[in-house]
Design a protein around this ligand. Structure first.
Ligand code: CMP
Length: 401
């Protein structure tokens, strides 16, 4: 594609700035005229063409808007920008639900996506990870199902702690993922751009949302509800696998951000561990470890708070400090093969990662630094129990978590 000369580019910029100002002042017709002039100067300016299409739709010029979106859908598809192509198709359907050509767009889109299209001179932009791993029949089914949503910059899309019914694919715009731990200031976990997706954790684990997601610019989103996910998962196991993989990657990322224990592991080992974690979402009061029983797993508290209490021989309850986000427990039983001497109970709704004994032995303990950290943790906890014993409490034959 030829790059317009510098003067033309400057002129295009001028028209686009004027268009943006007109939009802000509530003059869509003038903004449309400006964007049209920009497109006349550079027909390849997809951003300007998208604005033209959107303004045409807004001003009620349905046929013309459909034609522009049609052009854009094909163009995006040819460039491997699959979610943009889907969004353009969805916009056509929003204007005209019977529009037959949308399906034809799609057929072309799928055909044009084939690898042969990417020539060495014209490399395609990286497709979105979610879609690049999707088989085409899944993609086709998705197009029919996805809902499109617009969110203004500054608005909240997901609120931490709430239950969620959907996940989102970001077609346009940017979002910030923010987590607020109990009694601590908010932390930005990630800034996500076009092609990213989020909200899959609440959907898969049925746990409360692990973070808030806020639009940092105007956003166009495709929404996948729980019903769609299970429908697609049943029909196309590959789709579910892709989403599950992203879910596991994010669990791992969150784990590494909240708990230092696994930090020293080599990247490969971290990935292998991520594959073997079981995530578990529990309601308040659920007993996670029961005093006197054996624990065959390492527990990691990703979200929420747990209470810990020891019952002495007379039946008296002695509380230990609560376990907060990032806490690891169950390590004494695993390292020393002892019975659990305290009961761990969810104090709030909790999201946990559970790693079975075999995996811990195979992937975690062989690493000297991680083993040292876990041993030190056990020692501190054993000392605490010993101090409690010294105060006169009876502990029968085994030690705390
Ligand atoms: P969910 O918990 O449903 O809602 C908040 C979303 O933020 C979550 O799903 C993830 O999609 C996203 N999220 C959570 N943690 C991270 C992270 N560390 N990096 C990027 N995105 C995240």
């Amino acid at each position: 594609m030829a790059i317009p000369p510098a003067e033309t580019q400057q002129l295009v910029r001028k028209y686009k700035d004027s268009a943006a100002a007109n939009i802000l002042q509530g003059r869509p017709a003038e903004a449309l005229a400006d964007y049209r002039k920009a497109v006349e100067l550079n027909a390849h300016d997809t951003a300007a063409r998208l604005k033209v299409a959107e303004l045409l739709a807004q001003l009620g010029h349905r046929q013309e808007a459909v034609r522009e979106f049609h052009y854009l859908a094909i163009r995006y598809a040819a460039e491997g920008q699959t979610i943009h192509a889907i969004a353009a198709c969805k916009l056509i359907l929003a204007i005209d639900p019977d529009h037959q050509e949308t399906q034809e767009n799609l057929a072309s889109l799928i055909a044009m996506q084939s690898a042969e299209d990417a020539t060495p001179e014209q490399p395609r932009p990286a497709p979105t990870p979610l879609f690049s791993r999707l088989p085409r029949d899944v993609f086709l089914a998705l197009l029919g199902l996805l809902e499109m949503r617009r969110i203004a910059g500054g608005e909240s899309i997901i609120t931490e702690g709430e239950r969620g019914r959907s996940m989102f694919i970001l077609v346009q715009g940017t979002v910030r993922v923010v987590h607020t731990p109990e009694n601590a200031p908010p932390r930005t976990l990630a800034e996500l751009g076009e092609g990213s997706f989020f909200g899959e954790m609440g959907l898969i684990s049925d746990a409360p949302r692990t973070a808030s997601v806020i639009a940092t610019r105007d956003c166009t989103l495709l929404e996948v509800t729980r019903e769609m996910l299970s429908d697609l998962g049943a029909r196309f196991p590959a789709f579910e696998q892709v989403v599950q993989q992203f879910y596991k990657d994010r669990l791992l990322d969150n784990l590494l951000k909240s708990s230092p224990v696994f930090q020293p592991l080599p990247e490969e080992q971290k990935r292998a561990i991520a594959q073997r974690f079981q995530s578990r979402s529990v309601e308040p009061d659920t007993v996670l470890l029961q005093q006197g029983q054996r624990s065959h797993a390492l527990h990691l508290l990703l979200r929420g708070r747990c209470s810990v209490s020891h019952q002495d021989a007379e039946g008296g309850e002695r509380p230990y400090p609560d376990m907060t986000e990032g806490a690891v427990f169950g390590e004494i039983s695993l390292l020393l093969d002892l019975r659990v001497t305290a009961t761990v109970r969810a104090a709030t709704t909790c999201l946990l990662l559970v790693l079975d004994q075999e995996t811990v032995k195979e992937l975690v303990l062989p690493h000297p630094e991680v083993r040292r950290t876990l041993t030190q943790l056990s020692r501190e906890r054993l000392d605490r129990t010993a101090a409690m014993l010294a105060e006169g409490a009876q502990v029968q034959g085994s030690f705390l978590i």
